[in-house]
Design a protein around this ligand. Structure first.
Ligand code: ADP
Length: 182
C-alpha cells in the first residue's frame, strides 16, 4: 500500500498518518520530521532549512526530492509507505511520479484532508511549535494555497484522489480514512 496524505498544515495529517501506518504496517515518511531531525542534528542542511521553515516557506524542490529518494530506498519501504507533507509543489509531484515509475511502485491512493480555513488557523495557533507564530502561519497558508492546493486537481486527473472530511474526533476521522482505503 502506497499512499500520499494531502492537506493544509494543521489539517491533522501527522496524527492520522501515525495511526494508519501502524495499522497497515507501512513506513511513515514525514518530510517535516525528516527536516526537523536535520535541524536537531545541526547539519548544514538543517541550519539552512531552519531559517526557511521558521519563515513559513518551502525548502527547495531539489533538496526535498533528494531526501525522499534516499528515504524510499530504506528497507522498511518495501512493505509500502505513506508520504506525509510531500509532495507540496507540482515539481515535487512530477519528480515523485518519475521516481516511483523507476522503482515500479506507483501510488495507490491520495487522501485529501478537507478542513475549513478558519479551523486550520485556530489549530495552528493552538499548537505552539516554533514555526507556529501568527505571521509564519499566514505565510504557510498562503504557500499552501498557491503551491500545494493545485495538487488536488493533479491527482484528481489521475483518478487517485479520495476526499476525507477532516473535521471531528480523531477516531471518527480514522474510520473515514479506513473506509476510503477499503
Ligand atoms: P505542517 O504539516 O504543520 O505544515 P510539516 O511538518 O509537514 O508541518 O512541515 C514543516 C515545514 O517543513 C514546512 O512549513 C516547510 O517549511 C518544510 N517542509 C516540509 N515538507 C516539505 C516539502 N515537501 N517541501 C518543502 N518544504 C517542506
Amino acid at each position: 500500500m502506497r499512499i500520499i496524505l494531502l492537506g493544509a498544515p494543521g489539517s491533522g495529517k501527522g496524527t492520522q498518518a501515525e495511526k494508519i501506518t501502524a495499522k497497515h504496517n507501512i513506513a511513515h515518511i514525514s518530510t517535516g520530521d525528516l527536516l526537523r531531525a536535520e535541524v536537531s542534528a545541526g547539519t548544514e542542511l538543517g541550519v539552512k532549512a531552519k531559517a526557511i521553515m521558521d519563515a513559513g516557506q518551502l525548502v527547495s524542490d531539489d533538496i526535498m526530492l533528494g531526501m525522499v529518494r534516499s528515504r524510499l530506498q530504506a528497507d522498511d519501504c518495501e512493505k509500502g509507505f505513506m508520504l506525509d507533507g510531500f509532495p507540496r509543489t507540482e515539481v515535487q509531484a512530477v519528480g515523485l511520479d518519475a521516481m516511483l515509475a523507476e522503482l515500479g511502485q506507483p501510488i495507490d491512493t491520495v487522501l485529501f484532508f478537507e478542513v475549513p480555513f478558519d479551523e486550520i488557523t485556530n489549530r495552528l495557533l493552538g499548537r505552539g511549535r516554533a514555526d507556529d507564530n501568527e505571521e509564519t502561519i499566514r505565510s504557510r497558508l498562503a504557500v499552501y494555497e498557491a503551491q500545494t492546493k493545485p495538487l488536488v486537481a493533479y491527482y484528481e486527473s489521475k483518478s487517485l484522489l479520495k476526499n476525507v472530511d477532516g473535521l471531528g474526533e480523531m477516531d471518527e476521522i480514522a474510520t473515514r480514512i479506513e473506509a476510503a482505503l477499503a
